[in-house]
Design a protein around this ligand. Structure first.
Ligand SMILES: [Fe+2]
Length: 167
């Protein structure tokens, strides 16, 4: 239940961390996928993710100003392994994107209007990113050892989301 500005701050902070991880994966894929379609799409996604981060930072700054928070909260998300080849990196990107979309669209009682509008706008982009990653992943062959790494990230993310959302 997001019944306070502190709770909103924590939720948006978690979204911010996921955006940073999303950017890491996009940059990694830019080095691993050399075809023109990938380069153009990933450049667009990098722009989208940077804009999401900017939107979240602006709202976090407003909340910090209102509540006199410290400048930065500690990072809580486990780093998601990038993977050694493009298949592993695509699998990680797909998992992160699916999870991010789930979080941005989760029903959260008590969400304020600013957070709701921000989450809705970002979710629309994440949906198109996920569709592209899923298409590329369908043609790739991730290594068997990437699944446990992704699972460990998702379990830690579950705990972090439960802690900030009261779920
Ligand atoms: Fe994003």
């Amino acid at each position: 239940m997001l019944d306070s500005l502190h709770a909103h701050y924590a939720l948006l902070g978690l979204h911010r961390e996921a955006e940073i991880q999303g950017l890491r994966l996009v940059f990694a894929l830019m080095r691993k996928l050399s075809d023109t379609d990938a380069q153009i799409e990933l450049a667009r996604q990098a722009a989208d993710e940077a804009r999401h981060l900017w939107m979240l930072e602006r709202r976090l700054a407003e909340l910090r100003a209102t509540l006199s928070f410290p400048a930065r909260q500690p990072m809580t998300l486990r780093p998601l392994a990038i993977g050694k080849d493009s298949g592993d990196t695509l699998a990680a990107a797909c998992a992160l994107k699916q999870r991010a979309l789930l979080r941005y669209t989760a029903s959260l009682p008590g969400l304020d209007r600013e957070a709701a509008e921000l989450r809705e706008a970002i979710a629309a982009d994440e949906k198109t990113h996920l569709a592209w990653f899923a298409r590329r992943l369908a043609r790739a062959r991730p290594s068997p050892d990437c699944s446990p790494r992704i699972e460990r990230f998702l379990e830690a993310e579950d705990a972090a989301f439960a802690a900030v959302s009261g779920a």
